[in-house]
Write a protein that binds this ligand. Structure first.
Ligand SMILES: NC(=O)c1ccc[n+]([C@@H]2O[C@H](COP(=O)([O-])OP(=O)(O)OC[C@H]3O[C@@H](n4cnc5c(N)ncnc54)[C@H](OP(=O)(O)O)[C@@H]3O)[C@@H](O)[C@H]2O)c1
Length: 334
């Protein structure tokens, strides 16, 4: 049996479909990164996390020990392929799942331009599968989408009802996933997020740390503006939604508070990590990528904050928290 998590608070059980499940049973129940003013802790809530080996999935694994009353089923493509509707349905039925937190996705934004079929199968068709099975079984769904559903021409932070107009195939596939899910499962929650990073997997923060250690100078685009999102903060927000009564369906926006460019973000990473690497601002046209990114993708978070009573940390604060967890990189943080 392959272990997904090294968390000592998790004891592993083997599911009859050969999935690798992690049942959480711990007394630790504090919430560090979000101020949750209204919440309930449902007894024996059974929560399925798909794509649990990704950045967000691993962040949910990390915080799961805070939710002692819930039972978590962490799965990824090798144990539960969301493209396989029958497998999904059997799993949800036989484990009496009450919530699905869908962290599985095709996230290779540039590769998606040439790998369209696979991208659509995971980001649209499989999301429809999840919605159909959830609807049939009365299961609540929290699904993750992206700021790339917008074209980046707005002059104010994007609200949930603003016009979508994806510029990349990845953005298009995520938008079609949203639409498919809402059609078959109108009670689902969809959270659009942006610039996700964590101590896990590959992301901008870890790339900057690596380059900052290898090079004395670096060029980073300064004309794309958005908000970084620490995956652990998003994971805590998802759990706040699970625990909130009532569960209010709809589309929500979530990112850390504050706004910056990729250049600002890089400068802050180098500064906090104490890396002696000079960052130079460049224009997007000087760093062409296969997929087009929105120039402006700041998300308005008022809805999620008011409906779910969330208080969200600023991006600098969460970045510092994440950097402290990345060994051998940090000099300036005490
Ligand atoms: N990363 C960002 O900057 C960003 C920004 C905005 C929104 N988002 C959204 O946030 C969510 C989480 O992103 P992330 O960065 O945590 O993604 P990630 O690290 O790429 O994790 C996705 C996980 O899903 C797995 N997966 C792929 N196909 C699957 C399938 N058919 N069945 C089950 N699992 C499957 C992947 O496995 P493999 O690795 O083996 O493919 C991976 O472990 C996604 O919905 C993404 O679109 C991300």
């Amino acid at each position: 049996m392959k272990e997904i998590s090294k968390n000592p608070n998790l004891c592993v059980t083997l599911h009859r479909q050969n999935a690798h499940l992690h049942r959480v049973n711990s007394a630790f129940a504090s919430v560090a990164s979000l101020d949750l003013r209204t919440f309930r802790s449902p007894l024996n809530t059974k929560i399925l996390i798909t794509g649990a080996n990704g950045q967000l999935g691993r962040s949910l694994q990390k915080i799961s020990s805070r939710y002692s009353e819930s039972m978590f089923y962490f799965t990824d493509i090798d144990t539960l392929d969301i493209c396989d509707k029958r497998q999904l349905s059997d799993f949800i039925y036989s484990n009496d799942i009450s919530y699905i937190l869908n962290c599985a996705a095709y996230t290779a934004v540039d590769k998606a331009e040439d790998d369209r079929e696979c991208c659509m199968r995971i980001n649209r068709d499989a999301v429809r599968n999840i919605g159909q099975v959830a609807s049939e079984r009365g299961v609540k769904v929290v699904h993750i989408s992206t700021d790339y559903v917008f074209d980046g021409t707005a002059t104010h932070p994007y609200r949930e009802e603003d016009q979508t107009n994806p510029q990349s195939f990845y953005g298009q596939s995520k938008l079609e996933g949203e639409i498919a899910l809402q059609q078959v499962c109108p009670d689902a929650v969809i959270i659009r997020t942006s610039w996700l990073y964590s101590e896990y997997g590959a992301n901008f923060v870890k790339t900057m740390l690596r380059l900052g250690n290898e090079q004395t100078a670096l060029k980073v685009v300064c004309d794309q503006t958005g908000s970084p999102t620490y995956a652990e903060d998003l994971a805590a927000a998802m759990m706040a939604m699970v625990e909130h009564n009532p569960f209010v369906p709809g589309i929500y926006h979530f990112a850390n508070e504050g706004v910056c460019s990729w250049y600002d973000f890089a400068v802050k990473i180098m500064d906090l990590a104490g890396l002696n690497c000079r960052v130079y601002p460049i224009q997007t046209q000087e760093y062409p990528t296969r997929a087009i990114r929105p120039a402006y993708s700041v998300l308005d978070k008022e809805k999620i904050k008011s409906v779910y009573n969330l208080s969200i940390p600023r991006w600098e604060e969460s970045l510092e928290k994440c950097l402290k967890l990345l060994p051998n990189q940090i000099c300036n943080i005490t």
